[in-house]
Design a binder for this molecule. Sequence first.
Ligand code: ATP
Ligand code: MG
Length: 400
Amino acid sequence: METTQNLLMIKYGEIGLKGKNKSMFINRLVRNIEVALEGLEPRKVSSEMGRIMVPVLGDMQEVTERLQRVFGIYAICPVAAVKKDLGAVQKAALEVLEATLPDGGSFKVESRRADKTFPMTSPEISKAVGGYIFAQAPDGKFRADMRRPEYTLNVEIRGEAAYIYCGSLPGAKGMPVGTGGRAVVMLSGGIDSPVAAWMAMKRGVTVEAVHFESFPFTSERAKEKVLDLAQVLAGWHNVPVKVHCVHFTDIQKAIHTACPEEYGITIMRRFMFRLAERIARKNAALAIYTGESVGQVASQTLESMYTINNVTNMPVLRPLIGFDKEEIVERAQRIGTFDISIRPYEDCCTVFLPAHPKIKPRLAEAKEMERALDIEALIEQALENTETLLIGPDGAIDKQ
Ligand code: ATP
Ligand code: MG
């Protein structure tokens, strides 16, 4: 066996701690990796004793960039693989170190022996590798530093081969998408809700977006913005994202006509949650995600959330609940949704925005005001006028 170049070793963090059903998580991660790399040249992603190996024949950078968007990956290590023979390990270790620190520097060797049939212990391997490097490299080029080395040179003796690597690229962390069940996320064109969707995905949840549109009060461009956001989210795991576009205008008009203005937002949001729940049930989803954060706007005071949340028994999950706007913006920039979110198009909430929304709406009052509306008929009609689109990572749109 020659040294294999362009091999990536994938470390998974949290799923390594799972018990009995660990293999379900790992298999899912392997499958998600294969999907993420579709169309590229790695072949035969394999999993072996706590690691996933990805041999790369094509563009290394493209492969690592795609892998960095796969949830469940803790770190990505470019490794050299050699046969399990001390001489081969020593030689490869020196090559890897020379490549990582071409001008020399400090290092330490850390070894792990997953294959206990290998005749040396981990400390013995480290010592033999370190000794070889000092003997072969020019005097003084490399220094041993056990406490604060510039690089740790890792040697892992595993089932099939010995792997040597220095350093790693950070993964997206979290859990593999598909292991956390299904939820709907209320996706507006704003900054917050795409971040909430991303955080759901990060924990392994498959999300379907629900978007309320107020055509013709909002333009086609407003909808385009939401579809573009869905495309960015789809790009994170390279799988299309469903977007349910609910025609919300008639409900807004009915509220505007029949209910006191100061309760307009409260009642409108009660309808949003009723509709989100119905769509969730139809699609076997078990929770509703939103981009709410306590205190951000009038509808996000605890009093508002109490009064609004009352329409549903489904868990309403708010991953941004404790975040400041600044923290959400920073996250949106990293995810890649921020620039789309700040495009200046009207969102359905701003169209019928009252001058003085009730900051502490009362549940009994909201219920009383809604008696003027035929709630069930409005919901049925909005559901009938819902269009479901499938948005691919490349922006392709499929009607469902
Ligand atoms: P965002 O930046 O996500 O729009 P926001 O600060 O503007 O949030 P609100 O308008 O009060 O807050 O909305 C709170 C949450 O309600 C949003 O994060 C989103 O989950 C949901 N939401 C609001 N408007 C819509 C919409 N038109 N379609 C779908 N969901 C919506
Ligand atoms: Mg909004």
